[in-house]
Design a protein around this ligand. Structure first.
Ligand SMILES: Nc1ncnc2c1ncn2[C@@H]1O[C@H](COP(=O)(O)OP(=O)(O)O)[C@@H](O)[C@H]1O
Ligand SMILES: [Mg+2]
Length: 609
């Protein structure tokens, strides 16, 4: 019932359409019953059945002037009733479908909006597949529930009620009799059904037992032999076989008993029905027409009843989908702007990372431990360290994908938690290793997030990123990139991403392994594109080409979440330590042996990703 209320909640915004559909479905039921009611007039009009004087409220001729021919009127009513019923059914179905479609559009829009605003943690907890399945399949199930199931439920329910009203009008005494007998038949059928299911279950269990024993002992035949247990196993197997046979015989008894019993029951009902009817007809309480219409109406009631009893299972699926959707909509992990949040417009002075420690919500380990770092405006700061040291995590904190567990990050002296999130992210250009391109034109991919730019600046950005040429090779800026940029090489995708960052023109730049996993040729081009991008920006560059690291004003060595050393390349080299080790291990080989550059890169990426 509660699930049902939730379902109706989806429908509430469309109460008007829904009410109209409901009204039309009532017409469907009423005119279906009305058509059956005409049967009474038809039969009672037939000459010679002696019921000419037993007019009831349901007789058509009662409403006609004395002496009119009733046949054409009845024929016309038959046509009119059918037309109204059909028309109402058609319109009500279309309306319910409309309501369902509106509901699914609402749900998808709400889900999508909700999901997009969630925090990074949320996306770690919910795999992409499950989120898209909420948006697509689950909401579709809710639509089915509204468009088809709810419509069926109402239509069949209203038809059943109309027919019930008809049988009451035709003969309330007989109907009372049916009301007593009906539930008995129903309960008996249900009991048979239950017993059958129980026996089916037993049969299955016993079959499995037989299978298990056979499998066990045949595959373990050596053990059985070694312990001389053949006899024992034979007895065990026989016992299982006997159990199974017993259940199967019992099943047969129930199955074969149910049909004669139900048939007997049906005949007893029919017989008592006949007797009662006959008595009533002879007493003049009931006409032959009443009798015929009554039986037809009873038979017609069976169909809606059957459909209604089945509908529940289907609803159950939709309720589950609807519950999943609400569970998701009730998950709130959005990072919200503080009331007094400020908008920042640029980086004027410096970024200060103050004593930051961080762990991901579910992990036990501290990923960052007491990190302190100042990045002055215009500086290039390199973060190096082994894979898993926490470099990406630190950049995630700068973008405020997560908030630090303790400590704070200041931009020009303002805590980033006091900065409007949108304005903070506007200040940061991010280029990562795995570039996400959308299935859209080059132009829109480059202008992603900066839609106000004109073609000339998009082209200028692409040129500075060394992307112009290969874009022109593939057509022009309107060419579609293809899903996730699969038609481009890694280096080309990287350069589109760099063009995107150049166009965004953010004062702060984070380059996270932007050139790893590229071959030498594309790495050189990407490197040049990056130099253009870094022009005049404050840059945090994570473990990549050593030329960039050479040029860094400051190299920060991160080890298991802690800063273990800071300095220029020369200083760090002369001091020895982890940086020197990393350098000797990975970088020196590349310089001394250009020919093994790719082998080196494979090795390096294994150590520093
Ligand atoms: N979303 C996450 N949830 C839990 N642990 C994570 C998550 N992302 C990264 N980690 C863990 O944090 C540690 C640091 O990861 P990361 O910052 O990506 O390292 P790096 O970029 O230096 O290679 C790793 O041990 C990694 O397994
Ligand atoms: Mg990383």
């Amino acid at each position: 019932m509660k699930d049902f209320r939730i379902l109706l909640k989806h429908v509430r915004p469309y109460a008007g359409l829904f009410a109209l559909a409901f009204f039309l479905m009532t017409l469907v039921g009423v005119f279906e019953a009305g058509r059956t009611a005409l049967l009474k007039s038809i039969i009672d009009l037939l000459p010679g059945n002696g019921s000419e004087h037993a007019f009831s409220r349901l007789d058509v001729h009662r409403y006609l002037p004395e002496g009119t021919n009733a046949w054409p009127v009845i024929a016309a009513l038959l046509v009119v009733f059918t037309a109204i019923r059909g028309f109402s059914e058609y319109i009500s179905n279309v309306l319910m479908w409309r309501v369902g479609i509106n509901v699914v559009v609402d749900l998808r829009r709400r889900l999508y909006e909700h999901i997009l605003h969630q925090s990074s943690e949320f996306f770690t907890d919910h795999p992409t597949n499950s989120l898209t399945s909420h948006i697509i399949s689950d909401s579709e199930r809710v639509q089915t529930a509204v468009s088809s199931l709810l419509a069926d439920l109402l239509r069949e329910g209203l038809t059943f009620l109309s027919l019930f009203a008809l049988v009451l009008l035709l003969n309330w005494r007989l109907t009372l009799l049916m009301l007593v007998i009906g539930p008995i038949v129903y309960l008996l059928t249900v009991r048979f059904g239950k017993r059958l299911r129980r026996i089916a279950h037993h049969t299955q269990v016993n079959t499995e037992e037989v299978l298990d024993i056979a499998q066990e002992t045949i595959s373990g035949s050596r053990i059985v032999k070694a312990f001389g247990m053949e006899r024992f196993e034979q007895r065990r197997f026989l016992r299982a076989l006997t159990d199974l046979a017993g259940t199967q015989v019992k099943a047969a008894r129930v199955v074969y008993l149910s049909s004669p019993i139900l048939e007997m029951l049906g005949v007893v009902i029919a017989a008592s029905f006949l007797l009662a009817s006959q008595k009533m007809i002879s007493r003049g309480v009931m006409t032959v027409g009443d009798f015929a219409a009554y039986i037809v109406a009873l038979l017609q009631m069976y169909d809606p009843l059957r459909k209604l009893s089945r509908i529940q299972n289907y609803f159950q699926q939709s309720f589950a989908a609807s519950a999943r959707i609400y569970a998701l909509l009730d998950t709130h992990t959005e990072i919200k702007d503080a009331e007094d949040a400020l908008a920042i417009t640029t980086l004027k002075d410096k970024i200060e990372i103050e004593n930051i420690s961080f762990k991901y919500r579910d992990s036990a380990d501290w990923i960052l431990k007491g990190v302190n770092l100042t990045v002055n405006r215009g500086e290039v700061v390199a973060l190096v360290g082994l894979s898993g040291a926490g470099k990406t995590t630190l950049s995630n904190l700068l973008m405020r994908f997560y908030d630090p567990t303790t400590g704070r990050i200041l931009i020009d002296g303002i805590d980033v938690r006091k900065v409007r999130l949108g304005s903070l992210r506007k200040q940061i250009g991010l280029v990562t290793q795995d570039v996400i391109l959308f299935n859209d034109s080059f132009k829109n991919n480059i202008a992603y997030g900066s839609p106000e730019y004109d073609d000339a600046s998009i082209e200028a950005a692409a040129s500075a990123a060394y992307a112009h040429d290969f874009i022109m090779e593939r057509g022009d800026y309107g060419t579609i990139v293809g899903e996730r940029g699969l038609k481009l090489s890694g280096g080309e995708r990287q350069r589109v991403a760099i063009a995107r960052a150049i166009l965004k023109n953010a004062p702060i730049l984070i380059l996270d392994e932007a050139t790893s996993s590229l071959d030498t040729h594309s790495e050189r081009l990407v490197q040049r594109a990056l130099s253009n991008l870094m022009q005049g920006r404050t840059t945090i560059v994570i473990a990549h080409r050593l030329t960039t690291i050479h040029r860094a004003d400051k190299i920060v060595v991160l080890d298991r979440g802690q800063i273990v050393d800071v300095g220029t390349h020369q200083e760090l080299m002369s001091r020895g330590g982890i940086y020197r080790d990393l350098y000797d291990l990975q970088f020196s080989e590349a310089i001394s042996d250009q020919s093994s550059a790719s082998a080196f890169r494979a090795q390096r990426s294994a150590v520093i990703d």
